[in-house]
Design a protein around this ligand. Structure first.
Ligand code: PNS
Length: 163
């Protein structure tokens, strides 16, 4: 059984994430998506909401599981009995951060290796941050996230405006 974990913030999940998840699920018997519960950031969606969005988006694939985690990605990988961390690489600008993270993780836990999937060309520009920015100004995000996620984003943003 080859199991990999795919850790990230997923605030919110985009088509770029989904692309990496579905391709990883063809390479591994099981992919456990790990949604980081990071108290130092103020996310748009709570960790439970992000987990639920990912579960809904991947519900048709029994090889994909979704969980939240706190702490180190390597510890999450070990807890899942996975020896591979999957990360997506969009462009050279991602490389430096990803290299540093992969090398740090390897120092922390030599038994866990990182593998990179190059994001498909059509999603190479996409990030959760730009999705939130476009949605915040009322722009069309239908090319960036599934429809049900777009609805959740607009709902969340309108709730925030009412505060
Ligand atoms: O989606 P993101 O925000 O690019 O994901 C970053 C993530 C969650 C993979 C990274 O911040 C992470 O692994 N955080 C957990 C803490 C950790 O393991 N740090 C050591 C690596 S530098």
């Amino acid at each position: 059984m080859k199991r990999a974990v795919y850790p990230g913030s997923f605030d919110p999940m985009t088509f770029g994430h989904l692309d990496v998840i579905l391709r990883a699920a063809q390479l591994f018997d099981e992919v456990v998506i790990g949604v980081l519960n990071n108290s130092s950031k103020t996310p748009l969606f709570s960790v439970e909401e992000r987990v639920n969005i990912l579960k809904e988006a991947t519900k048709d694939n029994p090889r994909i599981k979704v969980e939240s985690f706190s702490g180190l990605s390597v510890d999450f990988a070990k807890a899942c009995n996975a020896n591979v961390i999957v990360r997506g690489l969009r462009a050279i600008t991602d490389f430096e951060f990803e290299l540093q993270m992969a090398q740090t993780n390897r120092e922390l836990e030599p038994g866990v290796d990182t593998t990179f999937l190059i994001t498909s060309l059509q999603y190479a520009y996409l990030s959760s941050t730009t999705v939130k920015e476009v949605a915040g100004f009322g722009g069309d995000i239908s090319k960036f996230v599934p429809d049900f996620v777009a609805k959740e984003i607009y709902k969340k943003l309108s709730e925030r405006e009412c505060l």
